[in-house]
Design a protein around this ligand. Structure first.
Ligand SMILES: Cc1ncc(COP(=O)(O)O)c(C=O)c1O
Length: 406
């Protein structure tokens, strides 16, 4: 499988785009990888060298129903023909908010933006507006976007003051959260966390029994706004919100990624208690009112329910992981799958460490199964039995290649 054209275009890109491909897509680029796509459809994409891949990254989450989904695209195009970015909001904004509020458990309103960071950034502003408090508590290794408050201290382009009001506690450690709250009496505005822990470069970890119940009770007691960042996991665990799967009720729930099946849209949803704070918080963007992505999101949510997406994705993910673990075992390797089945994080255990796992991933990509070594994968409703079989076969050959070169 040659990636010559991708690599040539990447060299051209580096002349005019810092890093060639910026942001999170840039981390996936190495000297052999595909970099640019030619086309996509369903569960697959074709790179500009003509190689076809079963895509288990799903554009890092947005693709949940399949690329170029006809019903979603049709809804977006219909809205586009009627109008997209106009001096008034489209009625579809109201329909989408009504649909989300009805679908997501325990929320009463929705506000829309474009990216996940729009919704997490708004969430912490609403929490501060509601409480009049300063501090944000998050989880070590938790990611909520590229805004300065979220970046690691010392990140180029940020100053220490950007993160000065952000405290970090270990995942699954309710006592540490209590200590963080106590360390800033009556000054912690919110606790923000994904529903389960999905860091990069590390096994993903589900909530321990009783963790979320303890966190919810603690936040209620201390008047701390509980924010669930469902930007990544949203709709892949439970269509009513991942908090339903883990049996608790947050005050604010952030969505992005899969909400529009690839169309740019994110949402913050919240409870009535925070409606006034959400009303008074200044939050806007030139493109926030694009009507076509809202129509796409509405169609996406309808389709997700129609095909029982979270259940289907979970089953497909369970089968994917089972087959990959078996393929590894057949070659004498141990593959660990962590996190939820619809967003599995894989790691081939080896004395050689992460480099060995990265080699297996590279061998899979070379043969047409697109995965990343340091990030959870994503499963969609478009992934078929044929995709599973192709991926298992590829992984088998990838393990064989590792054994051959040992
Ligand atoms: C859990 C989580 N929150 C927030 C974000 C930020 O979303 P975006 O990149 O769309 O701003 C991401 C992106 O990966 C995410 O995974």
């Amino acid at each position: 499988m040659s990636t010559t054209k991708s690599q040539e275009l990447y060299r051209r890109a580096q002349q005019v785009i810092p890093k060639g491909v910026s942001g999170h897509y840039g981390y996936a680029v190495d000297a052999e990888s595909p970099v640019f796509f030619e086309s996509s459809g369903g569960s697959r994409f074709i790179d500009i060298d003509g190689n076809s891949y079963v895509d288990w990254m799903c554009a890092y989450g947005p693709m949940i129903l399949g690329y170029n989904h006809p019903i979603v695209d049709e809804a977006a195009q219909r809205q586009m023909a009627a109008g997209n970015t106009v001096s008034l909001a489209g009625p579809v904004m109201v329909e989408l908010a009504e649909h989300l509020v009805q679908m997501v458990s325990g929320v009463d309103w929705a506000l829309f933006g474009k990216n996940g960071a729009d919704s997490t950034g708004l969430a912490v502003m609403v929490a501060r507006a509601a409480t009049g408090r300063k501090y944000i508590v998050k989880v070590d290794g938790g990611y909520h976007g590229s805004a300065p408050w979220m970046q690691a201290t010392g990140s180029p382009g940020t100053v220490a003051e950007d993160q000065a009001l952000v405290c970090s506690v270990p995942w699954n450690d309710a006592a540490a959260l209590q200590r963080a709250i106590d360390a800033h009496p009556d000054d912690v505005a919110c606790f923000i966390s994904s529903p389960y822990h999905h860091p990069v470069f590390a096994d993903n970890v589900l909530p321990a029994d009783g963790y979320w119940a303890a966190v919810e009770a603690m936040c209620r007691r201390a008047g701390v706004v509980l924010i669930v960042d469902d930007v990544r996991a949203g709709f892949r665990i439970n269509l009513a919100g991942s908090h339903v799967a883990y049996g608790f009720q947050p005050d604010l729930v952030c969505f992005g990624k899969a909400l529009g099946n690839g169309y740019p849209i994110a949402a913050l949803t919240g409870t009535d208690a925070l409606r006034d704070a959400a009303t008074e918080t200044f939050y806007t963007g030139t493109q926030f009112f694009n009507a076509a992505p809202m129509a796409a999101a509405l169609a996406t949510l309808q389709q997700l329910a129609e095909v029982d997406a979270a259940q289907r994705i979970t089953e497909t993910g369970e089968r994917l992981s089972r087959g990959l673990v078996e393929a590894a075992a057949a070659h004498g390797y141990e593959l660990r799958a962590s996190g939820v089945p619809g967003m599995p994080y894989y790691r081939v255990l080896s004395d050689a460490g992460p480099a060995f796992h990265a080699r297996w991933i590279a061998e899979c990509v070379k043969r047409g199964a697109y995965l990343l070594s340091y990030h959870n994968a994503f499963v969609s409703t478009a992934h078929s039995d044929a995709d599973l079989e192709r991926t298992w076969e590829i992984s088998d050959r990838a393990f064989q290649a590792l054994s051959d070169s040992a």
